[in-house]
Design a protein around this ligand. Sequence first.
Ligand SMILES: [Zn+2]
Length: 237
Amino acid sequence: MYFINKALEYIFLPSCGVCGKLGEGYLCIECGKRLEKYVINKRNKLLLDFESSAPKSFFNSDLQNCNKIKSEAIYKFHIFKYEDLIRTLIIQYKFNDKSYLYKTFCEFIVKNKKSFDFIKSYDIIVPVPIHQKRMKQRGYNQSELIAKDLAKIAQIKCYTNILIKTKNNEPQSTLSGKLRKENTKNVYKLINEEKINNKKVLLFDDIYTTGSTALACLHELNKANVKQVGILTLAKD
Ligand SMILES: [Zn+2]
């Protein structure tokens, strides 16, 4: 399905991913205004802003082993609130084959100075990986499509060969907070760490709920000698 959509893109003019309107790029003015209502666009320091006690303890214990991180701060940045229209669009994007929506999300993100400046302050963007099996079912990694496009426009690098998912665990959305942390343990693995040494690395994920996935990935990224790490997510649940 992904390749069919890609092919269609070349044949037809871009249309608004939300309403289908032609001639105003991948997001029309009207729908852009509708999405504005859900914007958070806030940059938070990670350690000072922890909603769930589970990831905090997990992260603190990690930090002891990760003294080499000398970054002044670890920031996380959420674009949207995960509700109503945003929720519908993300579900369609992930589960209903509407892979082309990545263009719409990107168009919105890069037009927003605050989020775009945040992205440009990093050297590399790394999307949260999905398992090979899931990749085969869906045909694409939803975070990767967005991350690649963002990197291209921001003129930074996007590496998809830094983190791999070694276990096809239960989808986080089916689990409660406590189980989410357990479910992400030893699931992600750092490879090619030399590619991110001394670099500012931004992790990208679609939805941030308890933070378990993001923290499990940061834990792996921290094993390299990174200069700074940050988190960017499309939506915050
Ligand atoms: Zn529209």
